[in-house]
Ligand binder design. Structure first.
Ligand code: TRP
Ligand code: SF4
Length: 431
């Protein structure tokens, strides 16, 4: 099993740099105006985000995709993903949200009917309350096109690959082995049932294995495969059919962008082209459009944005399986206050020391509450941080302030959920 990226486990990633190096994830260094998590450095990695940035800058069509596990309450840790979905929706993305009820049936034993109620009451209503607008919201269990495409793409993956990625052993049930493929189908579906387009999938670091599988599958289903070499690109034509129509596509696309062809090798079915620089986006878009005409399974590799996982209030990962460490968006405000009172902090042994030496906000779960949820302005956040470090802020008072802000947040959400209930029907119109 990948040491620290287990989609069904409860480990907390400690060193994101190491994670990036181990799994070939790129650091995030884009300027995303108005994206609170980007500004606060809570995006710890990405795959092919350049393509999304380009689509946004050009106002091209692109998709944003996520899925939710309807296995319990929606908690604070899952709020980050949906905030990103809302951000990209506001930037023009076509938003798609899968209720992963087949996955929760497979891995958490949740009956489908129950999953449905949870998905609507605990998730969809909160999504709307947080600002999500009408999108493609669907259930894996009732979507025959998702299931059908999962079946089609399962042709591309062997059991030994699944074992290597997920650590499955021979005793795994077929159901569990299959469920990541349903998710791959979710992620590619905006393109398969629409047009090939950049797709952003905001995820927690623990979901990266799913993205790797899906990106591999996307590449395998494309007939024209693109690879960077030292000074340009190499295209190779997959399969055993006549490569000529695909050579034609590459010639046409490169000619359109004045990219020079260096070498055509008919035996090995490859074409090498020289430098492409800034043209890569246009080149792959043109090629993909043309390949689509010959291959309905052509897609662009989905991109990901990897969010830093929020620490639980009592340390560890913020997860549904540790209720004391987690605050749900439907939580009673009084309960939330009790949990925050018992939170771990980055404070010192005693008040004197804290006043003298200051606290450490960077290891403090209470500070994370401000960072992720409670401070809406950068200046507020900075004030908490500075006061903590200088010793001007003591943990007791800091927790009180956090509780008050959290209560206001929860009460506000509750009101919005109630006033948004009439919108649920609109989101479920395809059901
Ligand atoms: N596996 C995800 C989770 O555990 C849920 C999910 C299903 C998903 N389909 C998806 C996430 C597509 C991103 C994209 O929460
Ligand atoms: Fe954490 Fe607040 Fe204590 Fe600082 S003062 S360590 S932010 S609880």
């Amino acid at each position: 099993m990948d040491s620290n990226l287990d989609p069904w486990g409860s480990s907390q990633v400690k060193d994101y740099k190491k994670m990036r190096e181990e799994f070939g994830i790129e650091p995030f260094d884009f300027n995303l105006s108005g994206n609170k998590m980007a500004i606060r450095n809570l995006i710890v990695g990405q795959r092919d985000f350049w393509r999304i940035k380009k689509a946004m800058d050009r106002k091209d069509k692109f998709a944003a995709m996520t899925g939710l596990m309807p296995s319990g309450e929606m908690h604070l840790g899952s709020k980050a993903i949906i905030e990103q979905m809302i951000y990209f929706q506001q930037k023009g993305a076509e938003a798609h949200i899968a209720v992963a009820d087949l996955e929760s049936y497979a891995t958490r034993n949740i009956p489908l009917e129950k999953a449905r109620a949870i998905a609507i009451e605990n998730f969809l209503l909160n999504y709307i309350a947080l600002g999500l607008k009408k999108c493609n919201f669907y259930f894996q269990s009732t979507s025959s096109r998702i299931q059908k495409f999962a079946f089609v793409l399962s042709k591309e993956v062997t059991f030994s690959e699944m074992k290597a990625i997920y650590g499955f052993d021979d005793s795994k049930r077929m159901l569990e082995i299959n469920s990541p493929l349903i998710q791959a189908s979710d992620i590619l579906s905006p393109q398969i049932y629409g047009e090939a387009m950049p797709t952003i999938v905001p995820i927690g670091a623990d979901q990266d294995p799913h993205l790797r599988v899906t990106r591999d599958i996307s590449g395998r289903m494309n007939i024209i495969k693109t690879r960077k070499n030292e000074d340009g690109l190499t295209f190779s034509i997959g399969g055993s059919g006549d490569p000529e129509p695909f050579f034609q596509i590459i010639k046409k696309a490169t000619a359109g962008l004045n990219i020079r062809i260096k070498k055509i090798n008919t035996k090995y079915r490859t074409i090498e082209v020289e430098k492409y620089g800034e043209d890569l986006y246009d080149l792959e878009t043109a090629i993909s459009r043309m390949e689509r005409g010959l291959n309905p399974n052509n897609t662009l590799a989905p991109s990901s944005l990897i969010m830093r996982l929020e620490t639980g209030i009592r340390g560890g990962k913020m997860s549904k399986s540790v209720p004391d460490s987690t605050i749900s968006l439907n939580e009673d405000p009084g309960e939330a206050e009790k949990k925050i009172r018992k939170a771990l902090t980055g404070g010192r042994e005693n008040v004197e020391e804290q006043k003298k030496l200051g606290g450490n906000p960077y290891i403090c779960p209470v500070f994370e509450l401000y960072l992720y949820h409670l401070s809406s302005e950068e200046s507020d956040l900075k004030r908490v941080e500075d006061e903590c470090k200088s010793g001007a802020r003591l943990c007791g008072a800091c927790k009180m302030e956090a509780s008050d802000l959290m209560k206001a947040l929860l009460v506000g959400l509750k009101e919005k959920r109630e006033s948004s209930r009439h919108m649920v029907k609109e989101f479920l119109e395809n059901e």
